[in-house]
Design a binder for this molecule. Structure first.
Ligand code: GTP
Length: 291
């Protein structure tokens, strides 16, 4: 098996799965490991109770069965929502939203490359227009990904007009996928949500919005989720992208965020390189998580 991910429970649970028999320590250690991995108290309690009940039902004393049951319950829970990206419209318009610093720009670059490897043509719209440096950074990523970019004509141009121009260009050129970067921070939450609403309305004059992806940083876990609450409430989010999982010990965040929001995870970022973004596959993820 490949090298163990930082977010794997494998190391924390080696003692549990390697023990001779199931006893009270099994449950204490499992609970501690799940809490430490940011599953959150409610989910941790549910998972431990479910596995305990199964252990009693099947009258097993083998810790290896606990490992298998944990893998199965995590996979089953992770698969409850559909992680498939909906990109069949032409053009398929994807809005990328999230608080500043979570890895939005990097994610757009990686996502553009991800789509290019499937031979899709991509144009990126720099609708976070207030910081010229952010636009330049996005342009660098787009170029590396082999995607086109539509920049604001001047600093502070109406973000909705940049989004419109991007979709318009895609329609004229026959470009398949449009990715729109949006602002992460404005004076007020209301202002930010109004801006996103306007972008959506203007885009929809030309093409439906296929996906609204909310980028969340795994290293901030549950706290980061609180910061993103306004997006979840008001932005019509259709999928989550979890970034910075590499180096994070919070593998449980992936499940807890999906259960808390009811929104599927669609992409996972595990590194700063352009190739470090993958789709989300519950089976593979559960395998790696349990170790
Ligand atoms: N280790 C790791 N670092 C990441 C990942 N994604 C992004 N980063 C880093 O996180 C930092 C912030 O990323 P940006 O893409 O600039 O974040 P942003 O949300 O666009 O932030 P602003 O540009 O301030 O709006 C950068 O140093 C990235 O290299 C990831 O999956 N893993």
């Amino acid at each position: 098996m490949a090298e163990r991910a930082s977010w794997s429970l494998g190391a924390a649970l080696r003692g549990v799965f390697g023990a001779k028999t199931i006893d009270d320590d099994t449950w204490d250690d499992l609970e501690t490991a799940l809490i430490t991995a940011d599953f959150g108290p409610d989910l941790t309690e549910q998972i431990v109770a479910e596995i305990r009940a199964n252990v009693e039902k099947y009258r097993t004393t083998d810790p290896k069965d606990v490992q298998r049951m944990l893998r199965e319950t995590l996979e089953e829970r992770l698969s409850r929502l559909d992680s498939t990206l909906t990109l069949s419209e032409r053009p398929a318009v994807v809005l990328v939203v999230g608080v500043n610093g979570v890895g939005k720009t990097t994610t757009i670059g990686k996502f553009a490359r991800f789509l290019r490897t499937y031979d899709r043509s991509v144009v990126v719209g720099a609708a976070d227009t207030f910081r010229a440096a952010a636009v330049d950074q996005l342009a660098t990523w787009a170029e590396r990904a082999g995607a086109e970019i539509v920049r604001p004509e001047r600093e502070g141009q109406d973000p909705a007009s940049v989004a419109f121009q991007t979709v318009d260009k895609a329609k004229r050129d026959g470009t398949e996928i449009v990715i729109i970067d949006t602002a992460g921070r404005l004076q007020t939450k209301g202002g930010l949500m109004d801006e996103l609403g306007k972008i959506r309305r203007v885009v929809e004059k030309l093409a439906p919005v296929s996906e609204v992806l909310l980028v969340l940083d795994a290293t901030t876990g549950q706290n980061g989720l609180a910061q993103a609450e306004a997006f979840i409430q008001h932005a019509g989010v259709t999928g989550l992208v979890i970034t910075k999982l590499d180096g994070s010990a919070k593998g449980g965040f992936v499940l807890s965020v999906q259960e808390k929001t009811g929104i599927p995870i669609k992409l996972i970022g595990q590194g700063e390189g352009i190739g470090d973004l993958t789709g989300f596959t519950p089976h593979v993820f559960a395998q790696k998580l349990v170790g």
